[in-house]
Design a protein around this ligand. Structure first.
Ligand SMILES: C[S@@+](CC[C@H](N)C(=O)[O-])C[C@H]1O[C@@H](n2cnc3c(N)ncnc32)[C@H](O)[C@@H]1O
Length: 195
């Protein structure tokens, strides 16, 4: 990806789409660097796939790996109106479209799995649990507080597992990140007793 260094970002971050796309790219890079540096095991899970762009970017930063990339989405857009968001935004996608985009843009042939469903459905939760029992990175990109709360409920067991592993073997306990600072704050508050 061209023009994605910090100098370019700092010069142009007043342009909203640059702030969003380049900013998050640099953020992904920093986190994946840490995951590799500390050899943190686990798969990648994304809540909110839409057409697959962020999973494609994250995969390209990882490069060839045995880790699995898992994306969960209704593929029907946002479930409700909230603040600046309207119900149905991002419905210009489908499971098949996202699948093809990802398949065509994972040149390293890393494993990926898309899970179709709403985050508050038991089947979505069960399907995620059957795909992986360990995560190194979770990307929350569902835009809504309600959807992100459901996603946080789903990931709680992974955080507890990681905490147990960390206690046993030492080392870095968890990696969590998001496109939006606010969600990061919610995570810190909600899970503060776990870390
Ligand atoms: C901002 S888009 C994701 C963009 C994508 N990560 C990217 O960077 O290209 C938000 C996605 O979250 C999904 N979504 C939001 N709330 C959801 C929920 N409660 N259950 C399932 N999917 C949800 C929407 O269908 C939409 O595709």
């Amino acid at each position: 990806m061209p023009l994605t260094n910090h100098k370019f970002y700092n010069l142009n971050k007043n342009i909203p789409e640059i702030e969003h796309q380049v900013g998050r790219y640099l953020n992904y890079k920093r986190i994946i660097y840490e995951i590799k540096k500390y050899n943190i095991k686990g798969d990648i899970l994304e809540f909110g796939v839409w057409q697959g762009l962020s999973l494609i970017i994250i995969n390209s930063i990882f490069g060839k790996t045995d880790r699995k990339f898992i994306g969960a989405d209704s593929f029907e857009g946002l479930p409700e109106n909230s603040t600046i968001w309207t119900k149905g935004s991002f419905n210009n996608t489908s499971y098949n479209l996202a699948f093809k985009n990802i398949e065509n843009n994972f040149p390293n042939k890393n494993k990926f799995k898309l899970i179709r469903g709403w985050f508050n459905q038991k089947s979505t939760c069960d399907n995620i649990y059957s795909e992986t029992n360990n995560l190194c990175l979770i990307h929350f990109d569902a835009d809504l507080g309600s959807s992100t709360t459901h996603a946080l409920n789903i990931i709680e067991p992974y955080l507890k597992n990681r905490r147990r592993r960390r206690k046993k073997r030492g080392g870095v306990g968890r990696i969590l990140f998001t496109s939006f600072l606010m969600i990061g704050v919610v995570i810190q508050m909600r899970f503060r007793t776990l870390f």
